[in-house]
Every structure is written in structure tokens, then in C-alpha cells.
Design a binder for this molecule. Structure first.
Ligand code: NAP
Ligand code: MG
Length: 516
């Protein structure tokens, strides 16, 4: 169905040869420490006076700097991308696909190097970093397959007229990405724009600009002409509005927090002077994901699934579990099992290079926010594991389990985005579903149950974009679990699918009278 599409396979770091390769990549990263990533507009690399430092969250060491694009540079990049669009949009799909295939090859060749940068800049462990790279390869390969199909256009009825309905690119897109998938999500947006025949101006997250730039450099080498992609790092609060408001911006592709996503959605709705279209917004935002554990569940498996969903990458995945809704008759057994799982995952100082399971949270800002929520949770419930943290060396927070949280409590409703799980006791499966659906978000969810009736009910009622049974609620795989959320989790973009790509295209219906 998808032209022989096969998901990329993770590197097995238990193989000594592979571990040696990533260790060598860390040495390369160390040699490059202190590097300065430029603004890149139409292939021109610009070094600005103003720079943003990027820190290793495990050590607080400065890894390097990124230049900070000025308002004039943002304008220049969008105007230039609009010019380049005129030729890139006419470039054959075959040529665009050739570039994407070359890009996939370059990513594969530089895989350990990109993984190493990801580990030091975001605090991921090796497997999480490489999982992100696999997802990126899957995005590329899936979009190639989808574009071949989409290029056939929409089937239309033929009469005495010759009728065609084809997908065409729309123009310049602004892309704004988060720090938690600093290679993959940044890249996904540039790839989706380029393969559909659009051009883009891209702002990486200020916490992780080096990862983004390392990808950008590779994409520059894949054959896309200068100006198809442009790199405009800078603080979101300084240049975000300029990217969104610009009258030449045709679409905004955003992933990040609800607050910023809502701001973008609102601003993009305004038609500015000189603008002759309505902007499209793809906004993928936060989550407050729940896992339900019913009385018939395999409790050990459920506890492991909750721990893996809540604590891997320090709970900083939009899909992470932050609420466990557990039936009263298995509640004590579950809490005990979850504490045992969490105990095996203590935050280890010095992650990244050493490949510990749990590393630092991303920044001082994240550390302050998460620890303040832990203190709120300490008041709202009882901490039975973790609740301990230190920023002496890096930003480390132990996996934290808080029991006896009520559905009305703050930590039962607000996104924390850290290794903290609230455990809530429920008296019925209906109550669990009701609590699961009570937040403003609707991203992922999972149910552990061996009761068919409950499984069927949850399939209909649990209102999330990605719903799982008897497995964790993280680790969506491209074309196995198309990803995107409901409600305040976003516009349900379903990355990796043909529907994602059609966000960035128009359908043009062309009809020619062929009768005598
Ligand atoms: P964030 O604070 O919203 O930042 C995301 C991006 O928006 C960054 O590049 C940021 O730039 C930029 N930005 C900030 N203010 C802006 C403005 N006024 N206009 C335009 N852009 C602006 O989110 P984050 O802290 O990086 O990421 C965590 C959030 O992302 C969580 O809520 C998580 O759930 C969500 N997320 C969702 C998904 C999904 O698929 N649904 C995936 C991953 C993450 P600076 O870095 O310069 O501030
Ligand atoms: Mg932020």
C-alpha cells in the first residue's frame, strides 16, 4: 500500500561496535564545542553580534552559540523564500524526491554524530536520540511514498471536458519547533514543506539550536537550491510574531506549548496589509495524558507501561503519561508496583555520554517549573517515590510518583512536562473515562484491561488522538500510529501521513472543453 515502506530500525547500542561509534561521535562533539551557528538566508551564512548560548543540561557547560536573527533578517528571509518559491514550486516531484532520498542517505551516514549532539544538547539517552532519528528517516520515506500517490491528483469524472484536479504547493511557510525532539521535529517541518514544493523559513527552539543547525547543514547538501530552506534562530518572544504576521507567510507549522500555539493561531487569523490569502496553521501542542488501569489488568505490566510512559526522557514527551487512573481494588498493588519500577530509574548525574536511563531535564526553566509542580503535588497528595531533585551539577529530578491525587487537583489537570505522575483512585471504569477526558487536552492515552467490554467502551469514549491498549502511551511509530492530538493538544496533524502533507498544498481543478 505504501510502496514497500518499511520503518527504520534503531541502532542496537549493546553491540560494542555501535557503542564505540557513538563514543567516537562524542569526541567529535567535544572538539566542536564553542561553535557558532549562523543565520542562513538563501545559502548566505550571517554571523550576528547577538548570540544565544546552548547549554548541556547535564553539566550546564556551554556547548556553543547560535546567532540571533534580527527583524530585518526575518523579513529578508521570507521575501527571498517567496522568490525561490517561484522556481522550486515548478521543480518536478522526481527532483524533489531525489533530494529527499539523498537527505536520508546523509542522515544515515551522520547518524551517530547527530545522536551525540542530541544527547548532549537535549539530555536524551542514546536510544531515545536514535529513536528520534529513526522517526525522521520514517518521515522522509513515508512522504516520498505519499507524494508519489498525491501527484496523481484527485480522481475526477471525465465528460466532454478533460478534467484534472491536482495538488499544488502554496508558498512560504514559517516553521517553529520545540526543543524536545530537536532534530526530528525541526526536520519534519522542513521536509514536509520542501517535498510538497514549498519553501520555508525555520526557527529552532532556543534551547537546542545546534541539533537543528546540524540537520540544516545536511539538508543544504541534499540538492535543494539555496533559499528553499532558511535558518532563522532567535528568541520566540522576539521574532516569533514577525514570522507569523508577515504578509508573505502562507502557512505556519508549529509544535510546542498550548500558550504559544494559541497565540500563533490567533495572530495568523488576522489579514495584514498586502496579504491576499488566509494563512493555514498546523499547531501541535501539549498533553495531560492518562493511563487507565482496571481491575482485570496485568498490574505488573501496567506499572511498567506507566513508568516507561511517564519517566523516559524525563517525562518530556508530549505523549508522556502524567496521570494513572487506577481502580480502587487494585490501587495498592499498582502503587507498590509503580514505586518499584520508578526505583529502578533513579536520575543519574552525568547522563548523555554515559548512556544512563534517566538524564537531566532540559533547562533551568524546565527544572524550576517541574520542581514547583512537585511541591504543589506534595501538598495535594502523598509522594511515595522521588520528590527529590538537584541542580548542583545539571538539572536532575528523580522519577516522582504522587498518590491520592483528586481529579480536581492542579497536578491532575495541568501539563507539567517532567518526570512526575499523579496516581488517582477511581471507583468505576466509567469514572476513569470521565476523568481521562476532563482536561482541555486530548493527545495520547492508554488502557490496561483484560475486560473486552471495557476495551470496547474505551475505544468509543476515550477522546484522544492516539489511543493504546495494554501498552505504553509513548513511542508512536510512523504509519503504525499516525500522531496528532485533539482539543487543546492541537490540530490533529497526523504526521507521517498524506493528510499531513495536504496541509501545505491547494487542490487546483482544471477543466478543458475537448468537444468539437
Ligand atoms: P514552547 O515554549 O511553546 O516553544 C516552542 C517554540 O515556539 C520554540 O521554538 C519557541 O522559541 C517558540 N516560541 C516561543 N514564543 C513564541 C512566539 N510568541 N511566537 C512564535 N514562536 C514562539 O514549547 P517548548 O517548551 O519548546 O516545548 C514543550 C511543549 O511542546 C510542551 O507543551 C509539549 O507538550 C509540546 N509538544 C507537543 C508535541 C505534539 O506533537 N503535540 C510534540 C512535542 C512537544 P524559543 O525556544 O526561542 O522560546
Ligand atoms: Mg520554552
Amino acid at each position: 500500500m505504501y510502496n514497500g515502506f518499511v520503518n527504520a530500525i534503531d541502532v542496537d547500542f549493546t553491540i560494542p561496535e555501535n557503542a564505540a561509534k557513538i563514543k567516537a561521535a562524542f569526541e567529535q562533539v567535544d572538539k566542536e564545542k564553542g561553535l557558532v551557528c549562523p543565520v542562513v538566508i538563501g545559502g548566505e551564512k550571517i554571523i550576528t553580534e547577538k548570540k544565544i548560548a546552548s547549554l548541556d543540561p547535564a553539566t550546564k557547560e556551554v556547548l556553543g552559540y547560535t546567532c540571533s536573527a534580527s527583524a530585518e533578517m526575518v523579513d529578508k528571509a521570507i521575501v527571498l523564500a517567496n522568490d525561490v518559491f517561484k522556481t522550486w514550486s515548478k521543480t518536478s516531484l522526481d527532483e524533489r524526491i531525489r533530494c529527499m532520498r539523498k537527505l536520508a542517505t546523509l542522515l544515515d551516514e551522520n547518524r551517530y554524530y547527530l545522536d551525540a549532539w542530541n544527547c548532549v544538547e537535549s539530555g536524551k539517552n542514546w536510544a531515545e536520540a536514535d529513536g528520534e532519528l529513526c522517526e525522521l528517516l520514517d518521515f522522509i520515506n513515508s512522504y516520498v511514498a505519499h507524494m508519489k500517490e498525491l501527484d496523481k491528483g484527485l480522481p475526477v469524472i471525465q465528460t466532454a471536458e478533460h478534467n484534472v484536479c491536482k495538488w499544488i504547493p502554496v508558498g512560504v511557510g514559517a516553521t517553529v519547533s520545540p526543543w524536545n525532539f530537536p532534530v526530528g521535529l525541526f526536520a519534519n517541518m522542513l521536509i514536509a514543506a520542501a517535498i510538497t514544493g514549498n519553501t520555508s523559513v525555520s526557527k529552532p527552539a532556543s534551547n537546542t539550536p545546534i541539533c537543528a543547525y546540524k540537520f540544516f547543514e545536511l539538508m543544504e547538501k541534499c540538492g535543494v537550491p539555496a533559499g528553499v530552506i532558511n535558518f532563522v534562530p532567535g528568541s520566540g518572544s522576539e521574532i516569533g510574531d514577525l514570522l507569523v504576521d508577515h504578509p508573505l507567510t502562507r502557512f505556519i507549522n508549529f509544535t510546542g506549548s498550548k500558550e504559544v500555539g494559541c497565540r500563533i493561531y490567533e495572530r495568523a487569523a488576522k489579514v495584514n496589509p498586502g496579504q491576499i490569502w488566509l494563512k493555514r496553521v498546523v499547531a501541535e501542542m501539549g498533553g495531560k495524558n492518562a493511563i487507565i488501569v482496571d481491575s482485570s489488568a496485568n498490574i505488573k505490566k501496567a506499572a511498567n507501561g506507566v513508568a516507561m510512559s511517564a519517566f523516559t526522557f524525563q517525562g518530556q514527551k508530549c505523549s508522556a503519561c502524567s496521570r494513572a487512573l487506577v481502580m480502587a481494588d487494585v490501587y495498592e498493588e499498582f502503587v507498590e508496583a509503580l514505586v518499584a519500577e520508578a526505583a529502578a530509574l533513579k536520575a543519574d548525574q552525568g547522563c548523555g555520554r554515559d548512556n544512563h536511563m534517566i538524564g537531566p531535564v532540559s533547562s533551568k526553566e524546565a527544572y524550576d517549573k517541574i520542581t514547583s509542580y512537585i511541591e504543589i503535588g506534595r501538598g495535594e497528595g502523598t509522594i511515595v517515590h522521588g520528590g527529590t531533585y538537584s541542580d548542583e551539577i545539571g538539572y536532575f529530578i528523580d522519577p516522582t510518583v504522587i498518590r491520592d491525587i483528586k481529579r480536581t487537583d492542579r497536578i491532575a489537570n495541568e501539563e507539567i512536562f517532567g518526570p512526575v505522575v499523579a496516581v488517582i483512585k477511581v471507583d468505576s471504569f466509567d469514572e476513569a473515562l470521565d476523568i481521562a477526558n476532563q482536561t482541555e487536552y486530548g493527545l495520547t492515552g492508554s488502557v490496561y484491561s483484560e475486560t473486552r467490554e471495557n476495551v470496547i467502551k474505551a475505544k468509543e469514549t476515550f477522546n484522544v488522538g492516539n489511543l493504546y491498549f495494554n501498552r505504553k502511551c509513548t513511542a508512536a511509530v510512523v504509519l503504525q500510529h499516525p500522531f496528532g492530538g485533539f482539543n487543546m493538544s492541537g490540530t490533529d496533524a497526523k504526521t507521517g501521513t498524506p493528510y499531513y502533507l495536504t496541509n501545505f498544498m491547494n487542490l487546483k481543478a482544471i477543466s478543458e472543453d475537448i468537444a468539437e
